[in-house]
Every structure is written in C-alpha cells, then in structure tokens.
Design a protein around this ligand. Structure first.
Ligand code: GLU
Length: 435
C-alpha cells in the first residue's frame, strides 16, 4: 500500500484536507488498527460491522453575522460514534482542515480512548470548518452559540458531552453551557467539560492531558528500564498538550531539547530553559521570536536524536516516509492520530515503543469525566484529589495495555485497541441487539 508522500506531510504539517492519500485518511488509519485488533480478539463478524460504523452523524450549516455586517455560513459536524458504554464524549475543534472523515475518526478514537481508561462514556467528536485566528471574539461567540443550537438535540449530560479540542478552550465551553442552559430554562453544568473552574469546571482539567502524557512517559521509561532524570525529550506542538507536557516533564527532571509550534521549532542540545520558553510564549504567543536557541523546522524536529518524542500537534506527522528516520526510543502520542497506520510497522521494527494516542492523551478526558461527576454531584474536589485519581487511572491503564501487549505479542497500540474494543464489545453483547 505504498503511496507517494504528500509534500506538506513531509514538512511535518498535515496535508490539505482534500489530498489525504491512502494510509493518511484518518478514518482509514483508525480502521486499519481496528481491523488488526479485532482479528487478534477473534471478534464476531456482526460486532465488527457494528463497530466499523458511527451511530449518528450530524452536519449543520451555521450562519454567522460577521463584524463587517456580512453573513458567512460555516459548516459544522458532530459525530456520535458509539454510545454503548455511556454518553458520547469528545471535544469540538475549530480548524480549516476539519472534514467529516476526520471528525468520524476522532469520534471513533474517543470511543476507544474512553474505554481504554474504563470511563463510562462512549465516543463523539465535533468540528467546525473555520479559521479562529481570523475571527473576532464576538464572531467566535456567535459561531459557537449557533453551532451549539444546531446540534442541541444530541447534547445533554446523559447523551453527548463536548469538551475543548484544537483551537477551542474554556471560554467556548462556557458559551456552550450557557446556550444549552438557556434552551433548557435552567443551568446545566454537566453538558460540557473543560469549563472555567468558576462555573463548574474541575481543578486540574487544563493540565490533565499534559499530566497524563508525563505519567505515561514515566511508565514507559520504567518499562524500558531507562532513568527519568536527564531523559531527552522533543515536543512537537506548543498548545495546551505540548506546552504542559514539556513543563511537567521538565519538573520530573527530564531535559526538553526542542519544542515547536506551527511555524517551526527551537532546539538546544543542552536542554531548553522551559520556564523561559513558556514565559516567552505567554507574552509573544509564538516561538518565532525566541532567540536563545537554534531554529529547526517541524520536519527536522521529528528526526532529532532523543529518548522521547512527543508529537502533540495534529494528525499524520509520522508517516511511512519519515518513520525510518525517527531516532527516539519512545514516542508518546500527545495528539490524536499523529502516526499513520503505514508507519506503525516501521517504528515497531526499529524497536521504538509507541505509547498510542488513545492511551497517552487520555488524561484529558479522564479529568473531563471527573468534572462531569463533580457537576452531577454538585460537590467539588481539591486539585490533589483530581491529580491522585488521574495518576491511578493512567498508571493502571498503562499496565493493562502493557500486559495485553506482552501476552499477545503485539504493539502497545494494537494492545490498547484490544483492551478497548473488548470492553465495548462486552457491553454490546450484554445489551443485546434491539430490533
Ligand atoms: N479533546 C480531548 C481529546 O481528544 C478531550 C476530550 C474530552 O475531554 O471530552 O481527548
């Protein structure tokens, strides 16, 4: 299944939405791993058919009055992939590259992600095709509210619970909560997670995905018999996941050699002053003007010699084309789908331990679950309780996946799919088929 690599994919940036090649379409990438895991599980044909298809897909046109007085119409999606284990759970992204296939893949990944850490949730995802960097706050608010009203029939604490994702944050979650609550005529905090702490959000939620990546990396280092102190880490992406992973890994004594954002990265083989880099980004937004380190491109960054590589940006940055040149010992997938299915065997053959996205970045949705529980109970936990419970779930899930991998002689990725597909399939069998 060899294909020519898209030149943009080679540069470490996702290819244009209309030019996915075989093996790079995120839904096919997800399905390839599903099929392999289903084969190892001996999953019955009927359930394979059920789990290969999303339950519900919604497409909405979202008219927005722009600040200049013109009306623009945006396209939004919400996909509920599978809700056998509980309400659909998953973020909403605002991005020009959003497609229905991408949202479908991300919704499926959420299904497996929630199951791998054993949360009582199914999987969902949403996306709106837009460029938030070119929109004012008022335009973003109108877009978010109109999108929420467009998908309101699926939303609800018992049916579908969104959260932040690429280019969305707690501000948008507050608007979603408010719009939903206005329609219901009473305040419903548990309809969305990743909210501001002042209005039903959870302490520790903002840091949760990065914290989970740090914990998973620490467990992987232990598994490989490698020390934590001095571990050389390279991080692609300096948004919520990348920046907090880098910060928390540095706190553990790891050395962050390089980090990047959409314009490229900064590199210091002796280790970056990560606190200084964070302060710089807080002030200047981007890494571009940081002068105390060498510049690298996103493509070069992925191929730097290091112990741990954390792709924490977008899909398909590690492909069949560049996988052979990766010189990390461990890859911790902070992003969803950063490795194309074609690249898996190349990384495996090279002895690189890949902590798969559905496990590595599950810390975010785990604390979303804690937020939902706190909202429903109306009783809030302190940050230490949140972090201790997150740690426990991440460590035990890592161990379950690692032992599944060992028992079946498969990669951590296939093992993670096996653990989660098995959990979803078990519930389907117990519930039976409503006909
Ligand atoms: N967007 C995050 C993810 O991909 C969080 C989802 C959630 O908390 O529901 O895992």
């Amino acid at each position: 299944m060899h294909t020519q690599t898209h030149p943009v994919a080679k540069a470490g940036i996702r290819p244009d939405k209309h030019t996915f090649l075989v093996g790079e379409n995120p839904f096919e990438s997800m399905m390839a791993r599903f099929d392999e895991a289903a084969h190892h599980l001996n999953l019955e044909v009927g359930l394979r058919k059920v789990l290969r298809n999303p339950e519900k897909q919604i497409i909405v046109s979202i008219p927005v009055l722009m600040d200049n007085g013109e009306v623009e119409v945006f396209t939004g999606y919400r996909v509920l992939y599978n809700t056998a284990r509980g309400p659909g759970k998953g973020g909403i992204r605002f991005d020009m590259q959003v497609t229905q296939d991408e949202v479908k893949a991300l919704a499926a990944w959420m299904t497996w992600k929630c199951a791998v850490v054993n949360l009582p949730f199914g999987g969902a995802k949403g996306g709106v095709v837009c460029d938030p960097s070119k929109m004012s706050m008022a335009e973003l608010e109108r877009l978010t509210r109109r999108y929420t009203s467009g998908i309101i029939d699926t939303l609800g604490p018992d049916s579908d619970v969104p959260a932040p994702d690429v280019n969305t944050n707690e501000r948008m979650m507050a608007w979603i909560m408010d719009t939903y609550s206005m329609h219901k005529r009473h305040t419903v905090t548990a309809v969305v997670t990743g909210k501001p702490v002042a209005m039903g959000g959870s302490l520790g939620r903002r840091e949760a995905t990065g914290r989970g990546c740090m914990i998973a990396t620490r467990e992987a280092l232990k598994l490989k018999g490698m020390p934590i102190e001095g571990t050389r880490v390279v991080v692609q992406g300096f948004g919520n996941v990348g920046s907090i992973s880098a910060e928390l890994m540095a706190e553990q004594g790891m050395k962050i050699l390089a980090v990047s954002d959409k314009d490229g990265g900064i590199y210091d083989p002796k280790g970056l002053d990560i606190k200084g880099v964070l302060a710089h980004v807080k002030e200047h937004k981007y890494l571009k003007s940081y002068t105390k380190a060498d510049r690298v491109t996103n493509a070069e960054l992925l191929e730097l010699e290091c112990d741990v590589l954390v792709p924490a940006a977008l899909e398909n940055v590690i492909t069949e084309e560049n996988a052979g040149r990766i010189r990390a010992k461990i890859i911790c997938e902070g992003a969803n789908g950063p490795t194309s299915a074609d690249a898996d065997s190349i990384l495996n053959d090279a002895g690189i331990l890949v902590i798969p996205d559905i496990l590595a970045n599950a810390g975010g949705v785990t604390v979303s679950y804690f937020e939902w529980v706190q909202d429903r109970g109306g009783y809030f936990w302190d940050e230490e309780t949140v972090n201790t419970r997150l740690e426990k779930i991440m460590v035990s899930s890592f161990q379950e996946v690692a032992s599944m991998a060992q028992r079946n002689n498969v990669s951590m990725r296939i093992a993670a799919y096996m653990v989660s597909i098995d959990r979803v399939a078990t519930v389907h069998r117990l519930r039976g088929m409503y006909a």
